[in-house]
Design a protein around this ligand. Structure first.
Ligand code: G3H
Ligand code: ZN
Length: 278
């Protein structure tokens, strides 16, 4: 069933686990993830990057996400990831998103709060809750990006000033594949969580983070974890392995859907989201 951002986050807050948020790109990635969620009775978030809302892809992909969510017997939230501006936010709402992220994390904190607050108000008119980001999560290609930069004071000021439902924090992760395994600041997560019990903390850059660190982060208070790069690899690795003798595209894609499903199942279990749909 299609549910609000608040609904999936509340399940995680109450259950002490993290909602897996998978970036999707096409029908096949949606099918693999929904199939894993159904099989493991897990609530999930299907999200797409802001650029898809800015160009034509989001227009075609949104009805697929909505159809999958509405058919599912587990809670599914349709979320805009890293919303860049009003334009993408408005489009995502028109496309039927039930959760919105606005990312103004490269701006000074006062500006970030002001931009995010405005989006919280706008989304509030539509009954949609918002994720913001404080302390920029950068690219894993740059190893200088990997130290925790969100302080407890900043996180608290941002959460209170903006009114967000979920808060993405920079605690040692980055986007893309890491050159060497990251080391998360678990104490910082626990401190930010203790100071901000009303917001759900979000970990971006989930691909390539060692399992023990993911589990420690969840234990310390992370309630949503994003996986993007490894969704792509789980899909594309199998596409490149699949025999060219399969011409019918639906048949050609079957193994890739299964590979996405297997990847999603592994992360659902790792985050403790299995069996949490009810
Ligand atoms: O917003 C999306 C994520 O933070 C994904 O990061 O591609 O490193 O898994 P990742
Ligand atoms: Zn991210």
């Amino acid at each position: 069933m299609l549910v609000s951002f608040d609904e999936v986050l509340s399940l995680a807050d109450k259950g002490g686990f993290a909602i897996p948020a998978f970036n999707v790109y096409n029908m096949e990635t949606v099918m693999g993830i929904i199939s894993a969620a159904e099989e493991l009775r897990a609530p999930v978030i299907l999200q797409f990057y802001s650029r898809l809302a800015a160009n034509e892809e989001g227009y075609y992909l949104s009805p697929i996400i909505l159809a999958a969510a509405k058919k599912a017997t587990v809670p599914v939230c349709f979320h805009l990831d890293h919303g860049a501006s009003d334009k993408e936010v408005m489009r995502a709402i028109r496309y039927g998103a039930t959760g919105i992220m606005i990312d103004a994390s490269t701006k000074p904190i006062e500006e970030n709060i002001a931009i995010t607050k405005q989006i919280v108000e706008l989304c509030g008119y539509n009954g949609i809750q918002v994720e913001g980001e404080i302390g920029h999560v950068g690219s894993a290609a740059n190893e200088d990006n990997l130290s925790a930069s969100t302080t407890v004071e900043e996180a608290t000021a941002f959460a209170e000033g903006s009114g967000v439902r979920a808060l993405a924090v920079m605690v040692g992760t980055a986007h893309g594949h890491y050159k060497k395994a990251p080391k998360l600041d678990i104490d910082r997560i626990a401190e930010i969580h203790a100071a901000n019990p009303k917001v759900s903390l979000v970990l971006h850059g989930g691909s390539g983070v060692p399992d023990d660190q993911i589990q420690a982060a969840v234990k310390a208070g992370i309630r949503k974890i994003n996986f993007g790069t490894d969704v792509c690899y789980s899909f594309l690795d199998k596409v490149f392995e699949t025999s060219r003798s399969l011409i019918a595209i639906d048949l050609f894609m079957k193994d890739s859907i299964q590979n996405v499903k297997a990847f999603a199942e592994e992360k659902i279990k790792l985050l403790g989201a299995d069996g949490k749909a009810e």
